[in-house]
Design a protein around this ligand. Structure first.
Ligand SMILES: O=C(O)CCC(=O)C(=O)O
Length: 196
């Protein structure tokens, strides 16, 4: 972590999580939302559940230097787009980590979501940077073992940056729950480092 002043560290034992609600200005955020909506090759992936092929409740895309298996799906890497390299540089300067790939999620409305999980695959370095543009959505963390700790909830704002570092993925899960509120589309990018 380099620029601590714009980040708040969340009160989470066994974790290192920092949140900057206005990492990007309103103007930058509006422009990135538009560029990412138009330039990214969004795909509707399917997963097998209960013996059926079901569409994921969001659109996805994977860019970077290396492929990645996620939710049992192999994501072949697409070469970096200029807009993604621009974002990667800004975020690397703030986090002090470096990333070689990015998973993008497009939540079309409040019924698109992502369930409880940790990004704790052996092939992933511990530092993950999560950037949000568009409709504000609730986000939650829960400790994997300490049932005495309540879930920690926050709202991921347009232009925000959430850094999950250290042992966060080992000890905590996170989710983006569905909501019945009418929500404009939202784009989330998680910059990651695949090792090996
Ligand atoms: O959209 C979000 O904020 C959550 C994304 C996420 O959990 C992930 O990509 O692992």
């Amino acid at each position: 972590m380099q620029h601590r002043e714009s980040f708040t560290q969340l009160d989470m034992p066994d974790a290192e999580v920092y949140y900057a609600p206005h990492f990007f200005t309103q103007e930058e955020s509006d422009l990135y939302l538009q560029r990412l909506t138009e330039e990214v090759a969004w795909q509707q992936e399917e997963i097998k559940m209960f013996g059926k092929q079901l569409p994921l409740p969001r659109l996805t895309a994977w860019y970077g230097d290396k492929g990645y298996t996620y939710s049992g799906l192999y994501n072949a890497p697409q070469p970096w787009l200029p807009v993604l390299l621009e974002l990667k540089e800004r975020i690397e300067a703030a986090s002090g980590d470096s990333y070689n790939s990015v998973l993008l999620n497009y939540y079309r409305h409040g019924q698109d979501s992502m369930g409880w999980h940790s990004d704790d695959e052996k092939s992933l370095a511990p530092g993950i940077a999560s950037v949000s543009f568009g409709g504000e959505r609730g986000f939650a963390f829960r400790h994997r073992k300490r049932k005495d700790l309540p879930a920690l909830k926050l709202t991921l704002q347009h232009g925000s940056l959430l850094l999950m570092q250290g042992t966060t993925q080992q000890h905590w899960q996170h989710q983006l729950p569905k909501t019945s509120r009418p929500i404009p589309p939202r784009i989330n990018l998680t910059f990651r480092t695949i090792i090996g």
